[in-house]
Ligand binder design. Structure first.
Ligand code: PMV
Length: 335
């Protein structure tokens, strides 16, 4: 990879800019637990679906100045992870003496409790990278960029790539298993609470690693799930993919529940949704559920079943809203 001279993207004001948008992603085979907290290296690999229409758009300009500036949805932010990422790009691209002015927008409805940190970090990292004139291709994202967005959020590298994506346990090897248009899928999100999550994934992972007697079993049994899911994707076998996704989800939450004190993201209403998804399957509807570090339930299905599942889950007491997402593109520079 070539490192361009910073001057190559300079405009006549002596500034270098790029604007990047990135979609959120949801893991089908979960990442939970870190091997190295400083480098944010995962204890396990993961497999995810990058989604549209929600995500982050970030406009970043490198210019000569005194201090970095960062706004998110118009509000000034002071975020250590962002500063760290900027410092790394500066060092790598030889941009000492420059500062970044960043305007970032998240289109993820904040009330939905869907993590926008992955799309936010992917958009920010790629915008800083491209504005610095550094080469990028989605087919082969540079390891240095993967590393720096991962330090901000363990799931962020996956938002660099569209469609179904596998990230290995090394935290660097990223592979697209199917492009967004390669397999029509839908992901419905049953929103069951409006509050912020009680325990962040970072803290939850650390507590689980330190105290859950099931953590080792989680790590050891994980690679087989990744391979099984990848084979199901190769065959476009939604039933097999849904089944192993539910298995991975149940293991992640069981492992966290076994922490001390117990860490339980599943609420009563989440269980009710999980039960209804299972009974839909018994009625012949292809629907499989997953959950992350919060109480909402995400349902993977084929677009032809989406309307029926949406209507069924929307009618449940305690389900506030059901949102519909589809496979989306990887992070990209807007022209
Ligand atoms: O990258 P983080 O810190 O937001 O952690 C993501 C953890 C899970 O959403 C629970 C699983 C995953 O792989 O996305």
């Amino acid at each position: 990879m070539s490192v361009c001279e910073p001057e190559t993207k300079l405009n006549h004001h002596g500034e270098m800019s790029a604007t990047v948008s990135a979609g959120i992603n949801i893991a089908l085979i979960k990442y939970w637990g870190k091997r190295d907290a400083t480098r944010n290296l995962p204890a396990v690999g993961s497999l995810s679906l990058t989604l549209a229409p929600w995500g982050s758009t970030t406009a970043l300009t490198w210019l000569k100045g005194a201090e970095h500036r960062f706004t998110l949805n118009g509000a000034p932010q002071d975020d250590k992870k962002v500063l760290k990422l900027l410092r790394e790009v500066q060092r790598y691209a030889g941009l000492e003496g420059y500062v970044a002015h960043i305007e970032s927008r998240n289109s993820v409805p904040t009330a939905a409790g869907l993590a926008s940190s992955a799309s936010g970090m992917a958009a920010l990292g790629l915008a800083a990278w491209r504005a610095a004139g550094l080469d990028y291709s989605e087919e082969r994202p540079p390891p240095q960029l993967i590393e720096l967005v991962r330090v901000g959020s363990g799931s962020a590298p996956r938002s660099l790539i569209g469609g179904l994506v596998r990230l290995e346990r090394d935290g660097l090897t990223l592979r697209q298993l199917s492009p967004p248009e390669g397999w029509p899928l839908s992901l419905l999100v049953a929103v069951v609470s409006r509050g912020p999550k009680e325990v962040s994934s970072r803290d939850g992972m650390e507590l689980t690693r330190r105290t859950s007697p099931y953590f080792q079993a989680w790590v050891e049994s994980h690679p087989a799930d990744l391979d099984e899911a990848e084979r199901a994707i190769e065959r476009r076998d939604l039933e097999a993919l849904g089944e192993v996704m539910e298995h991975s989800t149940a293991k992640m939450h069981a492992c966290a529940w076994g922490a001390r004190p117990p860490l339980r993201y599943i609420q009563g209403v989440s269980l009710m949704v999980l039960d209804r998804v299972r009974s839909l399957r018994q009625e012949g509807v292809g629907a499989w559920a997953t959950m992350d570090a919060g109480p909402h339930v995400k349902v993977l299905c084929s677009p032809q079943d989406q309307a029926k599942i949406h209507a069924t889950l929307s009618a449940l007491d305690g389900v506030l809203e059901v949102l519909t997402l589809t496979p989306g593109a990887g992070a990209r520079e807007l022209r």
